[in-house]
Design a protein around this ligand. Sequence first.
Ligand code: SF4
Length: 487
Amino acid sequence: MCDVARAFFGDVNVNETGLYEAPCDRPLHVISEVTPPIVAAKARKGSRRGFSETTTHVNTSVFAVAKKGEHNLVKQIDEQVALHDIRRVLKRQLYVVLSAATDISFPWGSLTGVRPTQIALDALQRMDEEKATEELEGYWRLTSQKARLAVRTALAEEKILDKIHEHESMLYVGLPFCPSRCLYCSFITQDATRQKNALESYVNAVIRESEGVFDGTFQGKIRAVYYGGGTPTSLPADLFRRYLEEVLQHVPFAENVEKTMEAGRPDTIDREKLLIAKAFGFHKLCINPQTMQDETLRRIGRHHTVEQTILAFHLARSMGFMDINMDLIAGLPGEDSDTFLDSLERVIALGPESITLHALAIKRGSFLDRMFDDRATLLPDPALIEAVEVAHERLRQEGYRPYYLYRQKNCRSGLENTGFTRGGHASLYNVAMMSDRVPVIGLGSGASSKVIHEQKALRVHNPKDIKLYVDRVEEQILKKKTLLANA
Ligand code: SF4
């Protein structure tokens, strides 16, 4: 419930009496109550025998507190719900009463989780597309555009997940180095150009981790591998070759393996590195402009130009890379709807197979976090929300369709990140990673691994600190092998 209150008010604290407090322009008092469970007998369709279902009453009220201390009821909701639904219904009720009291509403309504498509999928298991869209809009309070987006994307994700067989896993290989640090980055990235020695010992550690994890006791197959970071292509060419060759030589791949290389910074891409990536079977490439405005690139600390993005794209195309994704970010500092939509048009003109639209997230620990007043930046901005809708429509006109989406904390206007693709180029890895239905093995500092055990995701995380990771790589191997034994 704190997530919901934070969306409206920024900070939420617990006071000395155990009540939650949040800064608000006008005093409001909110009460949520759960009454004791009721076991209700229900008729079973087509049977004379009934069944019992434990439900409870969940009630939330918001009062405006007047100067004399009087409490005037603004809105109240009371529902009878199944016990397992209490948490999410309480969140929904809190959202509805706060929205009524503040006149603020967010595009994703009461949904605060990372994967809103999960809620859409739940609805699709009970009803058809149209009804599911109505439920998301009416009950969970999504805008009609987001409700439609969630349903369409949930259906696309399901089709993609169907391609993954039992005993197939995803592999992530991370490199926490970049040529410079972007303003909005909270990832522990190191300046690759100043860390020549660290690069080598890091690469050696990842090679060792791969050798240790895939030592013959690993039973499954890797269906998709993603080299991410950071920026893997920020390695010098000789080390980049080793990083691919010696990490991958231990990995048991499925026949139709998907291989993706994040070449996010266009200034790290050259013919030699693309040839190496190609030689090791990487057919999917990410070249991420984030914006096609030079002024913004300078402002956000990316030391490349729009021209470099365009050259990198054409170079990759000329070398036969026919499956390229490009990322853009909506809501970057100093940009408005026009600049964002202009960037989109320039990316569309290049014609990549996939375009991922992100909403700027103000992440803790980023340079950006120190520059912005959280609350004002995170409240809904109608112009930004509209610009993202226009962008979605433009992508649809160009034949791109949404195939995966996720949300992050502290995104501007409570927006989401949506991957669009056309021509059957959806990234299996992206969908599987977010799904909590497919095991993921993560190599490298900060990488997470997870297995699915009795429908629950069990995880282990490698240390984010690079030195700690390198020093304790044997420990990471053991932890991962123990985790995999539970799969
Ligand atoms: S390219 Fe990505 S990982 Fe590297 S600094 Fe920028 S946001 Fe961080």
